[in-house]
Design a protein around this ligand. Sequence first.
Ligand code: SF4
Length: 265
Amino acid sequence: MPALPADLLLSQSALADFAECPLRFRYRYLDGVRLPEATAPEVRTRVERGRAFHLLAHRHFAGLEPVVPPGVPHAAELAEWVRALHRFCSPRPDRTYLPEFELGLRAPDLPLAARYDLLVLEPDGRRTIYDWKTSPLPPSGRLAASLQTRVYRLVLALAGPPYAPAAPEDIRMVYWYPGDPDQPAVLSYSAELLAEDAAVVGELVRRLRDTPAAAMAATDDDSVCRHCTYRPLCFGAAREEVAEEEEASEILATFSWDDLPEVNP
Ligand code: SF4
């Protein structure tokens, strides 16, 4: 029976898998089950558009020309999105831009990993986490309570120097959708929110660690199963089409577990 590796670092997507369906966590992270994708071509194209935009944004903040190759699907839209990104967040010489930046937190109770689309270090000590979404943003309340927001801010706040600011109040997280570039969701942080995040995420980590693989049970929520990759395995039925951002983040959240810069708070 597979067991949790002692040095496992948990991403927000791994925690979300466990929170939604422990059996899905087991299939994906302990058993390593990979099923062939039977995604509809139009969904696959949208996913590729999301991935292409993330690569272009990476190039933009790495100081490279974000050129959209002619002939790729959604080329005109991608070019417009890149222009919107340039208007929204143009690199300034006094700031440090860390695109696609990964941090691992080797804390005993919070073994977490985060991959930021962009982390910006400002000279006055403030830090901004940017996350690019390629579908319309959900309401701010939902973003604020999401595991992604909790894990991303928590990892940064506990990372220590040179990444963490002096106080959690100096962290903000910005979700941005290039299709609606003037309406970013900007979330502030505080010591109270940090304590809440540590409690919520810490409890989830504890539950995960205390659950033997054999006891990682299937959810009884059909709305979760309908869009699950493993629906063919559990129910012998194809999964229903997923929202593009869920699909994109699943692809983009593939960690290289061994290469994360670790910090010890
Ligand atoms: S199909 Fe449902 S029960 Fe099976 S792994 Fe997916 S979410 Fe869990």
